[in-house]
Design a protein around this ligand. Structure first.
Ligand SMILES: Cc1ncc(COP(=O)(O)O)c(C=O)c1O
Length: 258
């Protein structure tokens, strides 16, 4: 199959660097784009423009966990596009979104029964931070504006996500746009302790105790939300954070844990 459209030569455009890609060494990619230009995907494999097969170990950056080109998904997408291809989420609603919201609310823990859809993780994180701030403000607790993130955490490319995240290069480059009032827990990635370990770690809960220190420093009544990745290979640490947030919530109603 040809992947050129009319006179369009994808490799020439890739070499010119017209397309800027996130978290990518763009100059290196432009210098030799063919091995990393994918043109088809089926199941767990991509096919490159040179005809090589690549095993997709990332499930398309976690967007295709059921495999590429799954016939049921292709059919469902086709049916939906032919029935109702797009409806604005401003002021209009439609059965597909309502049904998905209802299914997610049914699966979520008790008390989590409202669903807001976003187009990406970055947008979802910024929205969650806004929900936390808006929630406290509406309850006349606008003084709760502090966010607690974690060093090395990744929460996307929006200013909110970068602020609560702990990716040094982002924080350095965009320092002028960081949200105010954000503090960070230490990260639990200590290779000599976590490398080649199995099962639940016996170590690391003390990292979560950092949260108690930050609560003591800022006072729980100023903290709007705590945000950490739930899966970082340090589940014990996550449980401990949950316990601290719950304890704080008892005394200072409403501290959220995202
Ligand atoms: C915990 C977490 N938050 C936010 C994001 C950003 O998601 P997206 O790339 O869809 O903007 C990611 C992406 O890997 C993530 O792992």
């Amino acid at each position: 199959m040809s992947h050129a459209t009319g006179n369009f030569d994808p490799m020439a455009t890739a070499r010119e660097g017209t397309y800027w890609q996130p978290f990518t060494a763009n100059r290196r990619l432009s210098a030799n784009p063919a091995p990393r230009t994918v043109v088809e995907a089926q199941g767990a494999y991509y096919k490159t423009i040179e005809g090589n097969r690549l095993f997709d170990t990332l499930s398309g950056l976690w967007c295709t966990p059921l495999g590429h080109a799954h016939p049921l998904i292709a059919e469902a997408v086709k049916t939906q596009v032919e029935t109702l291809d797009f409806a604005p989420s401003f002021q209009l609603t439609h059965p597909g979104a309502l049904q998905l919201a209802q299914r997610i609310a049914t699966m979520a823990p008790d008390g989590m029964n409202h669903v807001f859809f976003a187009n990406s993780g970055s947008e979802a994180v910024d929205t969650a931070l806004k929900v936390a701030l808006g929630y406290h403000r509406i309850r006349n607790e606008g003084n709760r504006f502090r966010m607690i993130g974690r060093e090395r955490g990744y929460h996307g490319v929006g200013f909110g996500g970068m602020s609560v995240g702990g990716i040094v290069s982002n924080r350095k480059m965009f320092a002028a746009g960081m949200m105010p009032g954000v503090d960070h827990l230490r990260h639990p990635y200590v290779p000599e302790k976590v490398a080649f370990s199995r099962g639940q770690p016996t170590w690391g809960a003390e990292m979560a105790d950092d949260l108690e220190r930050l609560v003591a420093l800022h006072d729980a009544s100023t903290i709007a939300a705590v945000i950490v990745e739930p899966v970082q290979g340090q589940q014990a640490c996550w449980c401990r954070l949950w316990a601290i947030c719950s304890a704080c919530a008892k005394f200072a109603r409403g501290m959220a844990f995202c």
